[in-house]
Design a protein around this ligand. Sequence first.
Ligand code: GRF
Length: 192
Amino acid sequence: MRVAILASGSGSNAAALMNHFSNTEGIDVVLVGSNRSSSGVLEKANQAGVASLHFSREELDSGELLKKLETLKVDWVLLAGFLLKIPKEFCRAFENKILNIHPSLLPKFGGEGMYGMNVHRAVFEAEEKESGMTIHYVNERYDEGAIVFQGRIDVSELKSAEEIASEVLKLEHEYYPRVAREVILDSERNIK
Ligand code: GRF
């Protein structure tokens, strides 16, 4: 299965995915794309020897990026801290073939504007006892696709949003690669 990773930020999840899949038979990361040219993820792709691409919001919205992924015969798209909305056409072209990771226990603390530290601050301010991460399919609405997996941690003893962020990120790195691998390889078994 040919996989593309899209990310906007530092790319630590993308790096965890690339690292894991470099030892996974049947999964090849063929492209890492980012809408931000300064995003650390592009550098991480270069270090891993994976092709990288900077694209603009216009290229995403106009279908240019979709065409590029189709030319590369990409089967699956993994979002790893990707901040732009995936357009309808793109969702349709990759129906049930896009996964995202979100740093809360959806449906709690999801939706527009809920990304990065905004999520962890909201969790901290709400005095939640637990938080975690959600891996879900992507559809046309923010954070509403079917949930594949949730990892939970007790945050009742944590003293700041930053501490929550750091613990949740560890969970993300631990589970996203393994869960994505299972989902992707399962989809291949179902085709055969
Ligand atoms: C992660 O918390 C992810 O859940 C969220 O954005 C963050 C990206 O971090 N969607 P990184 O760029 O992978 O380090």
